[in-house]
Write a protein that binds this ligand. Sequence first.
Ligand code: CO8
Length: 277
Amino acid sequence: MSEEKQVLVEQQGQVAVITINRPKALNALNTSVYHELDAILDEIEQMEDVRCIILTGSARVDKEGNIVPQKQSFVAGADIAQMKDLDVAGGKFFGNDGNAICRRLENFPVPVIAAINGFCLGGGCELAMCCDIRLASEHASFGQPEVGLGITPGCGGTQRLARLVGMGKAKEMIYTARGNYTAQDALDMGLVNYVYPYEQLMDEAMKLAKQICKQAPVAVALCKEAINVGCQMDLDSALKYEANCFAQCFATEDQKNGMTDFVEKKKGPDKHPFLGK
Ligand code: CO8
């Protein structure tokens, strides 16, 4: 019998939905999840015309086979059982593996939306923070519980959280190890963009993804690059970087068609679709 995949991918039109699939361990991240995720990103690069990714966690069912929204998990952290016996070299290896995949996702040439359907803790919160946009179910909970386990965050938590929510809130979350920040708390601090009832989360993520898919894909990719790279620079250098991205768009058919359609007042079926050229 073939082993169950720990990461699943399904193409729905121009959207690839990636699902971390270890529901019995609340989708905790171990080395094989990282490697499977990496392989799936290779696969997506080969897929025809994927313009957006949604990343979510597999649903957990109770003994009666029901999905209880309060008990769901996006990713409840890195796998504590796997980390328990690591030494310093092992810790470095594990951390490097996780960091490499998070960085790949962060710089992937199409936008990634995290659909946070439940526990979003430790390495799970770090994974979500690599995504471009985060949506949460109203029962999701957030936290960086690492210091309660005797470790620091190891996959960008000390860096991306501070950049996203400010140093004060990041330090509070990390130093207290509280794992029960609510979706509303996450919304208030800017960690997520929107909160939806559990049942609506994937539909809303898909709606947002489709809205992105309708835009000129080269321009979207260049916006992602300009924001990610520019935010690490001083403003003058970042503006030069943006100007270069802006200029590159004028080599695309999508710019020619998009602007011609506007000037000629073409709408609906008369309008050129954006082809990513
Ligand atoms: N690792 C391994 N197994 C886990 C994890 C985890 N992070 N979280 C849950 N599980 C397992 C449980 O052991 C349990 O397994 P079993 O059924 O075999 O006993 C199963 O999932 C279900 O969990 P619970 O019975 O505990 O479910 P509850 O609904 O009662 O509780 C909680 C849910 C509150 C989420 C609870 O499971 C919990 O506290 N989990 C741990 C959360 C945590 O501390 N996360 C941070 C981990 S450290 C980390 O992420 C460091 C990141 C560093 C990055 C490294 C770079 C790669």
